[in-house]
Design a protein around this ligand. Structure first.
Ligand code: PMP
Length: 378
C-alpha cells in the first residue's frame, strides 16, 4: 500500500498506539476523581499538556484539549463571537478556510455579523495587504489558516497577525494551524495568534483528540457546558488515552520538524521534476507551498475515476478534498484554478514515510491511467 492521503489523516505511529493501549489498560481513572486512579489520570493529562505546550513553545496553562480541530475551530469562532461580539461585529477571514472555520462564520453572518472573505490574488496568493487593509474599528476577529489543506498554500499569518496585534490589540486573532503543526516550524508567540487550533490525527496521533491554544487574558466563552473540565473551557470527561497518544506522537516529532520539512521538500522537488515531463498534468500547488500537500489535475480523467484507478494499484490519494459528492471545490475556485480543471483534481499528501519509490509508482500509475482510461473531453 502506498498511502498518499496524509492531509486527510495519518497512520498513527507505533509509539502513539502503544501509549493509547497502555493508558486504556493501566490508567483508566477519571482525571476528576480524587483517589489515586484519578490523580494518575490527571497526571497523564498534564504530562500531555506539557508536551503539546512545548511543541508550540507555549505555557501549558494555555492548552485546552478538545475532540479534534473541528471542535477547536467551532469553540474559537463561536467563543470569540460570544465574548467580544456585542459591539464589534466584523469578522475577517479568507475564502479558502476549512469548513470547520467557514461554517461557524457563515452561521454568525446569518445572525447579523459582517463577514469579509479575502480571496487569493491572480497568482493564487492571499496577500498580507489584503488582510490588514480590511481592519477597522468594527473588527472583532481575524481568522486565517496557516497552511491550506487543499493545495498547501502558506498564508502570511505571522506578518499580518503581527501587525494587527501591534496596532489593534483588541482584535482577536485565530489561526487554524492543523496542516502546519509539526510540519512547518512555528512558535505560538511568533504567529501572534490569540487562539490556535491543532489536531492529533494529522500528526500520527489517534483520531478524537486535538487542542486549542488560548493566549492568557483572552476570554473565550465555552461552548460545551457541564462538569467544568479543562478549567471550564470544555466540559466532559477528558479522553485521556487519545490525548496521551496525541502527545506521544508529538513528542516523537517536535525535535525534528525542520529536518522532516527538508525531506518533504526534496520529495516534492523530485515529484515536480518527474511530473513536469508528463503531458496533460497541471500542478496546482505553488513551488513555495507546504511540500506535504500537492494538488494537481490530470486533464480528461475525472477525480473519482483517477482515485479509484490508483486505489486499484494500492495507491491512496484524495479527490481534491472538498470535491466531495462530485461537487467542485469552492476553495480551489477561489484560488483561481481554471474551471475546466476542477473536475480533474487529485491531492497527494506525503508522510514522513513517503519515499521516492512511492512517487515513482504514483507517476507510473498516472501514466498508465492516461494510456488506458477513456478521457472526458474538456
Ligand atoms: N482544519 C483543517 C485545515 C483541516 O485540514 C482539518 C481536517 N481535514 C480540520 C480543520 C478538521 O480537523 P479534525 O478532523 O481534527 O476535526
Amino acid at each position: 500500500m502506498i498511502y498518499l492521503d496524509n492531509a486527510a489523516t495519518t497512520k498513527p505511529c507505533k509509539a502513539a498506539i502503544s501509549k493509547v493501549t497502555a493508558v486504556l489498560e493501566d490508567n483508566f481513572g477519571n482525571p476528576s476523581s480524587l483517589h489515586n486512579l484519578g490523580l494518575n489520570a490527571e497526571k497523564e493529562l498534564n504530562d500531555a499538556r506539557r508536551i503539546i505546550a512545548a511543541a508550540l513553545v507555549a505555557d501549558p496553562e494555555c492548552i485546552y484539549f478538545t475532540s479534534g480541530a473541528t471542535e477547536g475551530n467551532n469553540l474559537a469562532i463561536n467563543g470569540i463571537a460570544e465574548s467580544y461580539g456585542r459591539r464589534r461585529k466584523k469578522i475577517i477571514t479568507t475564502a479558502i478556510e476549512h469548513p470547520s472555520v467557514s461554517a461557524p462564520i457563515s452561521r454568525l453572518e446569518e445572525i447579523g455579523f459582517e463577514v469579509v472573505r479575502i480571496k487569493p490574488d491572480c497568482n493564487g496568493e492571499i496577500e498580507y495587504d489584503s488582510i490588514v487593509s480590511e481592519i477597522d474599528e468594527k473588527t472583532l476577529m481575524v481568522s486565517c489558516m496557516l497552511v491550506n489543506n487543499e493545495n498547501g498554500a502558506i498564508l502570511p499569518i505571522k506578518r499580518a497577525f503581527g501587525l494587527i496585534k501591534r496596532k489593534y490589540p483588541e482584535i482577536i486573532t485565530h489561526c487554524d494551524a492543523v496542516q502546519a503543526f509539526m510540519k512547518i516550524p512555528f512558535k505560538a508567540s511568533q504567529l501572534s495568534a490569540d487562539v490556535i487550533t491543532i489536531s492529533s490525527h494529522k500528526v500520527y496521533g489517534p483520531k478524537g483528540a486535538g487542542a486549542v491554544y488560548i493566549n492568557k487574558g483572552v476570554r473565550i466563552a465555552p461552548q460545551i457546558l457541564g462538569g467544568g473540565q479543562e478549567k471550564g473551557m470544555r466540559s466532559g470527561t477528558e479522553c485521556v488515552p487519545m490525548i496521551a497518544g496525541f502527545a506521544k506522537a508529538v513528542e516523537q516529532q517536535h525535535q525534528n520538524v525542520s529536518e522532516r520539512l527538508n525531506n518533504a521538500q526534496q520529495l516534492k522537488e523530485y515529484f515536480l521534476d518527474v511530473i513536469d515531463m508528463l503531458e496533460g498534468v497541471t500542478v496546482l500547488s505553488h513551488r513555495d507551498a507546504s511540500p506535504y500537500i500537492i494538488s494537481l489535475a490530470v486533464s480528461g480523467i475525472k477525480s473519482e475515476v483517477m482515485l479509484h484507478f490508483l486505489e486499484s494499484k494500492g495507491i491512496y490519494v484524495s479527490s481534491g478534498s472538498a470535491c466531495s459528492k462530485g461537487k467542485k471545490s469552492e476553495v480551489l475556485k477561489a484560488f483561481n484554478v481554471n474551471e475546466r480543471l476542477l473536475d480533474f483534481v487529485i491531492r497527494i499528501s506525503f508522510s514522513d514515510k513517503t519515499t521516492t519509490n512511492d512517487i515513482d509508482s504514483l507517476v507510473e500509475a498516472i501514466v498508465e491511467a492516461q494510456d488506458t482510461l477513456q478521457k472526458v473531453k474538456y
